[in-house]
Design a protein around this ligand. Sequence first.
Ligand code: MRU
Length: 348
Amino acid sequence: MVRAIEWLDVPRPMIRLIDQTLLPDTERYVDVTTVDVLVEAIGDLVVRGAPALGSTGALGVALAMIQAGEESWDAARLETEIDRIRDARPTAVNLAWGVNQVRGSMPRGTAEVLRLGLQVLAEDEAANRELSRRGADWVLAHVEKQEVRVITHCNTGALATSGWGTAYGIIHELHDRGRLGLVYADETRPLLQGARLTSWELLHDGIDHVVQADSAAASTILRGLVDVAIIGADRIAANGDTANKVGSVGLALACQRAGIPFIVAAPSSTVDLTIARGEDIVIEERCEDEVLGFAGSRTAPTGVGGFNPAFDVTPHDLISAVITERGIAETATQAHPDLLAIVAGRRG
Ligand code: MRU
């Protein structure tokens, strides 16, 4: 399994990231030794995906403490640099969550912060494996097919997490149980996380799939070609409204019309009870050049502006279930109490 994030101690302490902007053509790693490089890597999507951002944030605090020692920062500077990591992308709550998991332990020293950061990584992978088992059970209980055909959006695999994957993990689990039919992977405009990354992982795992244009998704669902949509999440509000890669809500609407389940898979660290409903989630708007061009060349006429929200919000009543490692919230019926229970049992 590919590792998106690793901590290395030699030749010097660093976070090693696989550069996801270059996949699938080039497998290159970026060795991050400073906060500046880390913040840039997060903003450029060298590392991406909500759970992966959580782990990066946690390790980023240790990295900042090491840099503070080397460059004699005072306490205020160190806090400012950690805030920069926390705020490098706004929508995935896991980034701030990961930073906050370890920040309170800074008085106990860098070694302790690093130990806790590595624990965030390990627990994320374990959570993903558990939610994948629960998710596969849920799918098989609700879809009466020997081979379940799945549509997914963006990339939610090992690359987007500390290991294994979320929505992708459920797909992988169905495959391992011999119950998976064809997977439709949305290409995921404008940065093609589906075409470049999900397809790369599916190919590597020997899973039968096709890549389709995002604009084909609704029709694929309405033509009866899929049995369930499984997506990840960047932030789940207390009422179950879910922010995920832009294009997700269109899938949900089509699934409702087709009468098939639309499920969200995420570790409990993605549930944010401080946000009451989806309208309150900050949606990242990225550079307009990402939508005005393709593969580095401009496609829209010169002088035209772009609109580039990176995420959208699916209302909870369009979501059949939120699958986490701690439990399942069937959001169309009883989101709030179930999500409360899920969060109550998690660490921090
Ligand atoms: O902009 P990205 O690539 O970071 O967006 C990622 C997504 O929207 C994922 O679906 C989400 O973070 C869940 S990853 C397990």
